[in-house]
Design a protein. Structure first.
Ligand SMILES: [Zn+2]
Length: 495
C-alpha cells in the first residue's frame, strides 16, 4: 500500500463525490503477514487481563474445567413474534446454576452442583448469552462521536483519514487490542467486523480476537475507487490479499473471513465481480457491506450502476447476496429488495444509533419482519456512538416508536443473541445457553443505582422488568464476561 496521504479530507463533495486523484494503489505490500500463533485462544493471557484470570475463572491448577454460575438465566428457544410481550420463545430460568464444562455449556439446574464444580454465586443477577454485534468498524474508535456531518461527508472528513493510519502494523495492533477489550467490556462476545483495506488491520483484528478466544468474522475492506491514496486498492492486489488472508485465517479457531465490500460506490464493477467470485469459490465465506443507508448515497450508487434495478440489486448482480451475507442498514429499500434478501437468506444488520446520529433515516423493522428477512442488531461504531448493544436496543426501540411501532424487549434481545446466531449459521456455537454451545456468557446486575433499583422493584411482569433493564442498563451493569468459559472481563478488576 502507498504511504498514508497527509490530506484526504474535503476532496469529495457530500452529494456527488468525484474520484480521488493520485496514483492507483497496487504496489508491493508492506505488511509482514505474521502467522497465527500456534497457541489456542483458550487460556492465553495478555495485558491487564492476566491478573484477572489469576483470581477467578478456572484458576491456576484447578482440578477440573467445571464451572457453575448461579443467577437468573435468560435466553430464547425460538424467535418471538412481533409485539408479543408474553412470548413462549423466552426461556427464563430464575435462580439456576449454569453448568460449564471444558468451555462449553453442559446444562442448567436449580440445585447447586457438587464440589467437583468451581462455583460462582451471582444469585439475583441476570445471566445472558454474550451479545453478537453484526456490524462494527474496528478502526473507527478514533472517530466515534465526530460532529456535524452526514454519511458521505463523514467518511471523507473523519473516517478515511483515520483508517489510512491502519497501514502501520503497530497502530493496527494497538487499535485492535483496544477494540476487542472494549467489546468484552460491553458484553459483546462475537462480532462481524470491518477492518480497513490494509491486510495489517485484518491480521491485527484476528490476532486480538484469537488471543481472547472470540468468535469474530472480519475481512479486508475492498475499495478501488472514490477513495484516498493510502486506502484505495486495486482488483488484482485486493484479490491476492483476500486469498492470502482467507488461507491464513478462515476457519482457524473461532475466526472466519468475510469478503468485505465497503459499499458499491467505492468499488468498480470489476472489483464487485471479483468479490462475487470469491464468494462463489467458497460458500463458507461471509460477505459484508453497506446498502441504502443515506439518500445521497443511494442516489450516487444508482447513478454509478444505472443498469441495476436498485442499490441492493448491484450486489445481487455481482453474486454477493447469499445466506452468509450481512447487509448493514437497508433503510431505503423496497418490497422487491426485501423479497430478494429473503430469497437469498441474507440478513440485515440494523444500526439504529448510527442511523440517528448521522441522520440517515428510520429503518422499517416491521416490514423486514413481515417479509421474513432476518434482522440482527449492530452498533456500527464509529457512525454509532456506543459499543453497547443495550444502547443500540434502546435506540432501536425509539426508531420503531417514531414509526408508531413497538419493539418488545424480546425481539430486541433475540436479535442481539439467538437471532444473530441463526442468521450467521452459528446456533450450535453462540447466541443461547443451550447445552453444547460455547460458554460465551455475561453476568449483569438487574439494576445500577437507586432509580433503576426502584424501577425494578415496581415492575409487574418479566417483560416489564427486561424492558426497563434494556433501557436503563449500560456497561456499569456488566459484572463479568466469559468467553468459552474463560473470564475475559470483570467489572471490579479495574482497581
Ligand atoms: Zn458501517
Amino acid at each position: 500500500m502507498s504511504a498514508p496521504s497527509p490530506s484526504v479530507a474535503a476532496r469529495v463533495p457530500a452529494c456527488k463525490p468525484e474520484p480521488f486523484g493520485g496514483l492507483a494503489a497496487g504496489g508491493s505490500k508492506a505488511s509482514p503477514h505474521p502467522q497465527p500463533s500456534p497457541a489456542s485462544g483458550r487460556g492465553r493471557t495478555s495485558g491487564s487481563f492476566a491478573r484477572v484470570l489469576g483470581r477467578e475463572g478456572w484458576g491456576e491448577g484447578s482440578p477440573s474445567r467445571r464451572l457453575a454460575i448461579r443467577g437468573d438465566l435468560l435466553d430464547f428457544s425460538a424467535a418471538p413474534a412481533w409485539g408479543d410481550v408474553e412470548s413462549t420463545a423466552v426461556r427464563f430460568r430464575p435462580d439456576h446454576w449454569l453448568l460449564i464444562e471444558d468451555g462449553r455449556i453442559a446444562g442448567a439446574q436449580p440445585d447447586a452442583p457438587d464440589a467437583s464444580w468451581v462455583r460462582q454465586d451471582h444469585g439475583g443477577r441476570l445471566i445472558l448469552p454474550g451479545f453478537i454485534d453484526t456490524h462494527v468498524h474496528m478502526p473507527q474508535l478514533d472517530v466515534i462521536a465526530s460532529y456535524g456531518t452526514e454519511l458521505l461527508d463523514w467518511l471523507n472528513t473523519y473516517t478515511f483519514p483515520a483508517e489510512t493510519r491502519y497501514a502501520d502494523p503497530a497502530h493496527a495492533q494497538a487499535g485492535a487490542t483496544l477494540f476487542v477489550d472494549a467489546l468484552l467490556a460491553h458484553g459483546t462476545t462475537a462480532a462481524v467486523v470491518f477492518a480497513t483495506s490494509h491486510t495489517t488491520s485484518v491480521d491485527a483484528v484476528f490476532e486480538a480476537a484469537r488471543a481472547h478466544g472470540m468468535r469474530i468474522v472480519t475481512g479486508k475492506v475492498l475499495q478501488d475507487r472514490h477513495s484516498p491514496d493510502g486506502l484505495r486498492d486495486d482488483v488484482l492486489q485486493a484479490e491476492r490479499d483476500c486469498i492470502d488472508l482467507i488461507d491464513r485465517w478462515h476457519g482457524v479457531d473461532r475466526l472466519a473471513y468475510a469478503v468485505t465490500v465497503r459499499f458499491a460506490p467505492t468499488s468498480t464493477p470489476e472489483q464487485l465481480a471479483m468479490a462475487g467470485a470469491l464468494c462463489r469459490a467458497d460458500a463458507s465465506l461471509y460477505m459484508q457491506t453497506h446498502v441504502a443507508e443515506n439518500r445521497a448515497e443511494v442516489a450516487w450508487a444508482r447513478e454509478l450502476f444505472p443498469q441495476a434495478r436498485s442499490y441492493l440489486d448491484i450486489y445481487a448482480r455481482a453474486g454477493l447476496l447469499h445466506p452468509r451475507s450481512v447487509l448493514a442498514h437497508c433503510i431505503w429499500i423496497d418490497d422487491a429488495d426485501r423479497a430478494a434478501l429473503h430469497a437469498a437468506g441474507a440478513q440485515i444488520a440494523h444500526s439504529p444509533s448510527s442511523n440517528l446520529f448521522l441522520g440517515s433515516g428510520l429503518f422499517d423493522w416491521r416490514a423486514a419482519a413481515a417479509s421474513g428477512v432476518a434482522v440482527s442488531l449492530a452498533t456500527d461504531v464509529g457512525g454509532g456512538t456506543s459499543l453497547s448493544m443495550l444502547r443500540t436496543m434502546a435506540d432501536a426501540y425509539k426508531v420503531q416508536a417514531m414509526a408508531g411501532q413497538r419493539l418488545t424487549a424480546w425481539c430486541a434481545l433475540h436479535a442481539a443473541t439467538l437471532g444473530a446466531a441463526q442468521a450467521l449459521g452459528l446456533t450450535d456455537e453462540i447466541g443461547s445457553l443451550n447445552a453444547g454451545c460455547s460458554a460465551d456468557v455475561c453476568i449483569w446486575d438487574w439494576a445500577a443505582g437507586p432509580v433503576a433499583q426502584r424501577r425494578m422493584q415496581v415492575a409487574r411482569s418479566l417483560h416489564e422488568r427486561a424492558f426497563a433493564w434494556m433501557l436503563l442498563a449500560d456497561d456499569r451493569n456488566l459484572v463479568a464476561t466469559y468467553v468459552a468459559g474463560d473470564l475475559r472481563h470483570r467489572r471490579d478488576a479495574k482497581e
